[in-house]
Each structure stands twice: as structure tokens, then as C-alpha cells.
Design a protein around this ligand. Structure first.
Ligand code: ATP
Length: 324
């Protein structure tokens, strides 16, 4: 392998820049010519491919988002799109690709490397932490910290006015952000996509809080919760529970931005470093991920088909115990 390209695809996540920096510098350290692809797979198709040197990634480790930009690209799902992308890579003599993104990005990478002789390594980058093969995905820790900062502020006003706040956080299929945030913010209850919580149960918890003189309550609702988002839940609860004034906050896209936490900077650096070293060892169609405190490989086949329940059982149990 002489020439490696790196791209970011799907949703952006804090820590992607630290990861790009590590990929580029590890490659250059090993005498590889490095390239950046702008706007994900769209950039491969449009030949938006730029050479990168060690200085191209200076002063980006602390930045949120991705300096390579990201995009969703339908054309890459077609054979013609993939063939055009390969032709552009060949013109630059690029023989390997590091893709940073989520499961859509990995699906594209796997198909691409089956169709064309290109080595690929995937790096799990998504705030939702919804990928198999890595205990933590890039951006997840920063997103939790952002949620915590916001909820601490909401708690100030909730407490001053004796209010009940429903705060909706990101996670369409994954309650990871919601659960960790709930523990870290001392939320009174949390509603997760993976777990059915009846309204009766929620109201009972809130009733106990009111009876034991809680001056405010915060309920965290994961956007993927089956009984609806924070507005729906708040509406139903309000009809039957009126101890507090009820408010709703949707945190939305602010959870995706911001300077990465130390954890995400280090994780991005480790994963980027490992991805290039694996390519140099001859690995392909693998994902690098964090398991325990080790960087380990999972085949893209396994990463895309296996599923794991990622909510920590002790945290789930603690949501009930510590909120009394
Ligand atoms: P996120 O978790 O943020 O949604 P993601 O990587 O899952 O990240 P997607 O939009 O699902 O985001 O996928 C990113 C890109 O990967 C798509 O825009 C498309 O270019 C490519 N891709 C997705 N699925 C396929 C597929 N079946 N074949 C080829 N390419 C694909």
C-alpha cells in the first residue's frame, strides 16, 4: 500500500477531526502518500480528492464537525456511482480507504471493496453509539457532555420555578445518550427506545417525587421512544399529573457540535492510528473499535449484522434507585 485516502460520511461527530489528523499523520510517518476526500462518497464520485501532508491537519484536533465535510450520497449506492468513484481513486493511484461514519458508511465501504480491489477500514463515528464492535463510538462522549451542560442549566430554572421538564435527546434506535445523561444529571426518570416504560409507571415515579418534596423533576426522553417524543409524553402526563408546571425542551442538533472531549480526542487518535497500521498489515473490510480499553478489529460483515444491547444494566437499575 502506497496511497491511502480518508473520508467522513453520514452524520458528523465530534472527534472526527482528531481521527482524520491521526490517520493522515500515521500514514505520513510510515512513508505513505495521504489524500483527503471531501464530502464523503460524493467527493469520491466528483473527484474531490486532495493530497494531505502533516501540516494539512494542524490545529484541528480541538474542532467539532469534520474539516473534510460529510454528505449523504445516493449515487454511491449504484454500480455506476461506485465505478466512477473507483476510476477517480485509480487516477490518483489510491489503493486503500479509511471511512469514518456509521453503518450506512460501512455498508457502502463493504460493497465497494467487494466490487473493486480496494482495501477498506471503517472507524465508528456517530454520537448515537449504536454500532456493534465498539463500546464507545466517536462523538458519543462529547454529546453526553453537551447534554449534561444543557440539562444542568435547565435544572436551575426547573428548581427555581418548581417545574417538571421533559428533555428530548438524540438517539433514534439507541438510548445510550439518554441513559448516561440521566445518571450524570440525576434525572428523575428516563424513557428509552430499548425499554417499554408505561405512563402509569412514569406518573407513579413523579407522584412519589412530589410527595417526598422534590422541588423539580427532569425526565429525559430519547427521540426514538416508542410512545412518542417529549411533547407527546408531556401532553399525556399533564392530563393526569399537575403538581408542577410542565415544560418541554428538545436539545436537537446542538448535541452534534462542539469541541470534542478529551475522551473523544484520544479515541479518535487511537482509532485513526490503528486503522492505518491495520491497512499496512494487510487488513481490509474490518472496523477498528474500542472494547474494554483495547483497540480491536471486527469484520465489517459482523459489525453490520450482529447486534448488542449496549445499555449498561447497572446504569439501568440505578435510574430507579438514585432518583428517589
Ligand atoms: P449515521 O449513523 O450518522 O446515520 P451513516 O454512515 O449510517 O451515519 P448513512 O446516511 O446511512 O449514514 O450512510 C452514509 C452514506 O453511505 C450514504 O449517504 C451512502 O453514500 C453510503 N451508503 C449507505 N448505504 C449504502 C449502500 N447500501 N450501498 C452503498 N453505499 C451506501
Amino acid at each position: 500500500i502506497k496511497n491511502i485516502a480518508v473520508l467522513t460520511s453520514g452524520g458528523d461527530a465530534p472527534g472526527m477531526n482528531a481521527c482524520i489528523r491521526a490517520v493522515v499523520r500515521t500514514g505520513i510517518y510510515n512513508g505513505i502518500n495521504m489524500f483527503g476526500v471531501l464530502q464523503g462518497y460524493q467527493g469520491l464520485i466528483n473527484n474531490n480528492i486532495i493530497p494531505m501532508d502533516a501540516r494539512s491537519v494542524s490545529n484541528i484536533i480541538h474542532l467539532g464537525g469534520t474539516v473534510l465535510k460529510t454528505a449523504r450520497c445516493l449515487e454511491f449506492k449504484t454500480d455506476e456511482g461506485m465505478d466512477q468513484a473507483y476510476a477517480n481513486m485509480k487516477a490518483h493511484n489510491i489503493d486503500a480507504l479509511v471511512v469514518i461514519g456509521g453503518d450506512g458508511t460501512f455498508t457502502g465501504a463493504r460493497r465497494f471493496s467487494e466490487r473493486h480491489p480496494v482495501s477498506v477500514i471503517g472507524i465508528p463515528g456517530t454520537i448515537d453509539n449504536d454500532l456493534y464492535g465498539s463500546d464507545f463510538t466517536l462523538g458519543y462522549d462529547t454529546a453526553i457532555n453537551t447534554v449534561i451542560e444543557a440539562i444542568d442549566k435547565i435544572r436551575d430554572t426547573a428548581d427555581s420555578h418548581d417545574r417538571l421538564f421533559f428533555v428530548e435527546v438524540m438517539g433514534r434506535d439507541s438510548g445510550c445518550i439518554a441513559l448516561r445523561s440521566a445518571i450524570a444529571c440525576g434525572a428523575e426518570a428516563v424513557l428509552l427506545p430499548e425499554k417499554a416504560t408505561s405512563l402509569e409507571e412514569l406518573i407513579r415515579t413523579l407522584e412519589i417525587g412530589a410527595a417526598t418534596k422534590k422541588s423539580s423533576s427532569i425526565v429525559i426522553v430519547s427521540e426514538g421512544h416508542k410512545q412518542g417524543g417529549a411533547y407527546d409524553i408531556a401532553k399525556h402526563v399533564k392530563e393526569r399529573f399537575n403538581h408542577y408546571d410542565t415544560k418541554v425542551t428538545i436539545l436537537g442538533h446542538l448535541q452534534r457540535g462542539g469541541s470534542p472531549s478529551s475522551f473523544d480526542r484520544i479515541l479518535g487518535s487511537r482509532l485513526g492510528y490503528a486503522a492505518v497500521n491495520e491497512l499496512l498489515k494487510g487488513s481490509s473490510r474490518q472496523m477498528v473499535g474500542l472494547r474494554g480499553n483495547d483497540i480491536q478489529l471486527t469484520s465489517l460483515d459482523e459489525a453490520l449484522t450482529a447486534h448488542s444491547f449496549k445499555l449498561e444494566s447497572d446504569l439501568l437499575e440505578m435510574t430507579k434507585v438514585l432518583s428517589i
